[in-house]
Each structure stands twice: as structure tokens, then as C-alpha cells.
Design a protein around this ligand. Structure first.
Ligand SMILES: *[C@@H]1O[C@H](CO)[C@@H](O)[C@H](O)[C@H]1NC(C)=O
Length: 145
């Protein structure tokens, strides 16, 4: 009798643990929704409205290639909060250039529990500063599912 109840308890513990770590479907989120990644859209507000993000979610950046309307958007990863605030690209890492946002767009997986600072970087930070093309996200672990 005792051994059965231990087994049962063990099984229930296992289920509880499994549900704790249950990986809900990773989502692919189009940055800016139908607006995509463009000059003048407020991505800070978009993030507030679309949070939280979870680890393994993917952000999909879709943007037009350079034209007479835009000098070229891109996706940079900035190293820290200060570079994000000041749109300082001196230590930034380019993830996608001006022609990588067309068609299916450019995808970044948020696979670590850390802050991610993204921005469009060119013309001395013009897209980032004047165009508001920056976003900050900390994907959460799947604890609360
Ligand atoms: C963008 O949205 C944020 C959050 O709502 C707001 O604080 C900020 O002032 C907005 N920026 C501009 C330039 O409108």
C-alpha cells in the first residue's frame, strides 16, 4: 500500500514539475504588427502593448529596402541601456542590413533571459533618435504558464 502511494505521489510530483516547465508554443511576433519596422512608429509603445515576451519567442522585423522614401533601415543589437537611450551605435552589432527586411523579413530568436536592445542604425542614429526605431525587451522564462 505504502509503495503504491509513494508511486502515486512521485507521479503527481512529476506532473507538477512537468507543468512548471511546460514549454508553451514559442511565438513569432511581427515587430510593429502591420506597420512593420519603419521610421516614426513608436516601438516603445508597441512593446508595452505586446508584452510580455517569452524566451524562445521570435521577433520578426519586416521593412522595405532603401528607396527615395527611406535611406535604409537595419537591425542592430545594442550592448546596454545607455547605448539604447542615447542611440549610440559605436559598440553595436549589426544583425540585418537594409535589404534583409524584405519578403519574409528578418527573424531574431529571444533565446536568453537577458535584456535585448534593438535599433535601426544609420545616419548617426537618425532612425533611432528621430524615427523612434528602437525597442527594448526582456523575454521571460515560462514560469507563469
Ligand atoms: C512613445 O510611447 C511611449 C510610451 O507610451 C511614450 O512614453 C513616449 O513619449 C512616446 N514617444 C513619442 C515620441 O511619442
Amino acid at each position: 500500500m505504502a509503495s503504491i502511494s509513494y508511486t502515486t505521489q512521485g507521479f503527481i510530483l512529476l506532473l507538477a514539475a512537468a507543468s512548471l516547465f511546460a514549454v508553451s508554443e514559442a511565438k513569432t511576433i511581427v515587430v510593429g504588427g502591420s506597420e512593420g519596422w519603419r521610421f516614426g512608429f513608436n516601438y516603445t509603445e508597441w512593446v508595452l502593448q505586446n508584452s510580455p515576451f517569452y524566451i524562445n519567442d521570435e521577433l520578426l522585423f519586416k521593412y522595405d529596402p532603401p528607396s527615395e522614401k527611406n535611406s535604409g533601415y537595419s537591425v542592430y543589437l545594442l550592448p546596454n541601456l545607455w547605448s539604447y537611450i542615447s542611440c549610440d551605435f559605436s559598440k553595436a552589432k549589426i544583425l540585418a542590413g537594409p535589404n534583409q527586411g524584405a519578403g519574409k523579413g528578418f527573424k531574431v530568436e529571444l533565446n536568453q533571459w537577458r535584456p535585448y536592445y534593438f535599433a535601426s542604425g544609420d545616419k548617426n542614429g537618425y532612425n533611432c533618435k528621430d524615427g523612434l526605431m528602437k525597442l527594448f525587451a526582456v523575454p521571460l522564462p515560462h514560469w507563469n504558464n
